[in-house]
Design a protein around this ligand. Structure first.
Ligand SMILES: Nc1ncnc2c1ncn2[C@@H]1O[C@H](COP(=O)(O)OP(=O)(O)OP(=O)(O)O)[C@@H](O)[C@H]1O
Length: 271
């Protein structure tokens, strides 16, 4: 359903993403790992069309999304909602309005200007917040919430778009281990219950092993590993991170392993 073919991005002389290819047959929970500068963010931004690829093709259900323009491009951006490390909420705006921002693509400029939302959208926003366990925060300003709560608001905003894919760029990098677990559990649940594909850039190995069905390792813009969490041994990780024998997994750990393990889907075959 998602085919990435030889996707390359150059920034001047820097090749940030170098001939990346992989295929996803059905919605999975995919983690992308690699050291800082490996090209993870640039890759996700190309999928969402925030950054244009230099060459290559990304096909979703047979359609090349890199060729979309205008309204079709905006529709695709709704279809693959993005979540960022810094949440990207409007801090002084209340939580529900932040979530309703997820409908911006399909509302008129006038309705947006006057902050007019249909009652059914408001009810849906509150239902989504309730599903994420933060409905009681709905009237508060976003800036009054904890980091973990703000990231759940960002997930709620993404769900307002009813996306087929959720692209999460380091969604827990700013969170403490407890909040990180709440956010990752929420993403995993959304994947399992709704059948949405999740592609998440993760900076820690333990999170990738714990939540993903498939892990892609990037190094210097290239895919150097593509396999199951079980295949992601310390030796493989050392290769991905370009580290020597002194490589310590603890250096890429969020301490999630010490928290309770959720029931990860049994299917470990490649997606
Ligand atoms: N807008 C840009 N202009 C120039 N170079 C860029 C730009 N964006 C990214 N790069 C370069 O592309 C390479 C890949 O960066 P990218 O942010 O995709 O890596 P990353 O794996 O996501 O790292 P991090 O985890 O630190 O965000 C780096 O060398 C970076 O400096």
């Amino acid at each position: 359903m998602l085919d990435v073919e030889n996707v390359t991005k150059e920034f001047g002389a820097t090749r940030a993403v170098d001939r990346v290819s992989f295929a996803v047959e059905r919605p999975g929970f995919i983690g992308i790992i690699g050291r800082s500068g490996a090209g993870k963010s640039t890759f996700l931004r190309m999928v969402n069309r925030l950054t244009d690829a230099t060459t290559g093709a990304i096909r979703f259900r047979g359609r090349d999304v890199l060729a979309l323009k205008g309204a079709e491009k905006r529709a695709w951006q709704s279809d693959c909602a993005m979540i960022f490390q810094q949440f990207n909420l409007v801090p002084r705006m209340d939580v529900v309005s932040n979530v309703l921002h997820g409908t911006l693509n399909r509302r008129s400029a006038l309705a947006t200007f006057f902050n007019l939302y249909p009652a059914e959208d408001i009810h849906r926003a509150i239902d989504i917040l309730d599903r994420l366990g933060i409905a009681e925060q709905a009237a508060k300003r976003a800036e009054a919430l904890s980091g973990g709560q703000q990231q759940r608001v960002a997930i709620a905003r993404a769900l307002m778009q009813d996306p087929q894919i959720i692209l999460a760029d380091e969604p827990i990098a700013s969170l403490d281990p407890m909040n990180a677990q709440v956010v990752m559990d929420a993403l995993r649940r959304i994947h399992e219950e709704d059948g949405r594909m999740v592609i998440a850039n993760l900076h820690t190995l333990d999170t990738a092993r714990r939540y993903c069905d498939r892990v892609i390792g990037m190094r210097d813009g290239r895919i150097v590993f593509d396999g199951t969490p079980e295949q992601l041994t310390t030796g493989v990780a050392r290769d991905i991170y370009g580290a020597d024998a002194s490589f310590s997994e603890a250096a890429t750990s969020t301490s999630l392993a010490r928290l309770d393990r959720p029931a990860r889907a049994k299917e470990t075959e490649l997606l």
